[in-house]
Design a protein. Structure first.
Length: 287
C-alpha cells in the first residue's frame, strides 16, 4: 500500500532501478492508461490512487528530473503560462510572488534556456508550487546542481514543509536523505525501511568498526570471506566493517584487531552503512 497524507519532507531512497520513480508515478497516475498497477492499493491525500487519481492530480505538484518548461520563454512567461493552465486567480501576481520567493528577481525576463542548472531548478520549483498544491513530488531535483544551489534548494523545501506542504523526494544522495524528516528505502519495488533517519539506522541493528592502516584493499578482500562480516566499505583512508550478528563479527575481526598494522575502533553506523547493508540483502526479483 502507498499512502501520502502528512506534512513533512520524506525521501524515497534506493539504488538505480529500485522502483523509486514508479512509486511516485503510481501515487498520481493510478487509473490512467500510462501506468496501471498490477496489484495493491493505496491512498493519497485521502483519495484512492486507483480510482480517483484525477482528483489527486489537482492537488499535486510534480517536478521532473529533466527541466521540462519552455526554453524559449522567459522566467516570468513560463510562470504566467503555468498559472493560466492551472486557472490560478491573478496569475501575474502569483508569478511575481514566486519570483520573489525563490530569489529570481532581476532574472524574470531572462530566457529559461539561458539559465544554469541551479536556476532552472528554482524556476521548475516555482512552477510546481504556483497552483498551491498539497503534495509536492520531486524526482531527483538536484541532480547535476552545484553544492550551494543544492543547499539553497533544500532550504526552500524545508520552508515549504514548514508552511504545511507535504514533500516527497526521490534521491540517491545520502546527505539529501538525511535532510528529510523521514526516509523510505525501496529495493526492487519493495519497501525495506521507513521512518526518521535515526530510527532506520537503529532498526538496522548493525555493529560497525572503523579500521585504518596499511593495504586496506587487501584487508577488505580477506574480511569479506569471513562469517559474520556482512559489510566492508571504504571511507576515505579507512574501512567500515559491519555485521548484524555482533558475536560473529567480533570473532571474525579478533585476529586482525591484534595486528599492529591496523588501528580499530568501534563506530556508530552511518546511513550509508545501512544503505549498503540493505542493498546487499535485497533480493533481485528480475527474471
Amino acid at each position: 500500500m502507498t499512502t501520502a497524507s502528512c506534512t513533512l519532507a520524506t525521501a524515497l531512497w534506493g539504488a538505480r532501478f529500485a522502483g523509486v520513480w514508479l512509486t511516485s508515478c503510481y501515487t498520481t497516475w493510478g487509473d490512467t492508461t500510462l501506468l496501471t498497477p498490477d496489484s495493491g492499493s493505496g491512498t493519497c491525500l485521502g483519495y484512492d490512487i486507483l480510482t480517483q487519481s484525477h482528483l489527486i492530480k489537482r492537488r499535486v505538484g510534480y517536478m521532473t528530473q529533466r527541466f521540462s518548461l519552455y526554453q524559449d520563454l522567459s522566467i516570468r512567461e513560463n510562470l504566467e503560462f503555468v498559472g493560466r493552465v492551472y486557472g490560478v486567480p491573478d496569475g501575474r501576481k502569483s508569478a511575481s510572488e514566486a519570483i520573489a520567493r525563490l530569489g529570481l528577481a532581476g532574472r524574470e525576463d531572462q530566457l529559461a534556456g539561458e539559465l544554469s542548472g541551479g536556476w532552472k531548478q528554482r524556476l521548475a520549483l516555482g512552477a510546481c508550487i504556483l497552483p498551491q498544491p498539497d503534495l509536492l513530488l520531486l524526482d531527483e531535483p538536484t541532480a547535476g546542481v552545484d553544492p550551494k544551489a543544492r543547499r539553497d534548494f533544500w532550504n526552500q523545501i524545508h520552508a515549504l514543509a514548514a508552511e504545511g506542504l507535504t514533500v516527497l523526494v526521490s534521491t540517491h544522495y545520502m546527505d539529501e536523505a538525511e535532510r528529510c524528516h523521514e526516509i523510505a528505502y525501496i529495493a526492487y519495488g519493495a519497501l525495506l525501511a521507513h521512518g526518521p533517519v535515526e530510527a532506520v539506522v537503529r532498526a538496522a541493528g548493525l555493529q560497525t568498526w572503523r579500521v585504518e592502516g596499511q593495504d586496506l584493499h587487501a584487508l577488505a578482500a580477506e574480511l569479506l570471506k569471513l562469517p559474520g562480516v556482512e559489510m566492508v566499505a571504504p571511507f576515505g583512508a579507512s574501512l567500515h566493517v559491519g555485521g548484524r550478528d555482533h558475536a560473529a563479527l567480533e570473532a571474525a575481526i579478533a585476529p586482525w584487531r591484534s595486528d599492529p598494522r591496523y588501528v580499530w575502533r568501534a563506530d556508530e553506523p552511518s546511513l550509508e552503512d545501512v544503505f549498503i547493508d540493505l542493498m546487499n540483502r535485497a533480493q533481485d526479483n528480475f527474471p
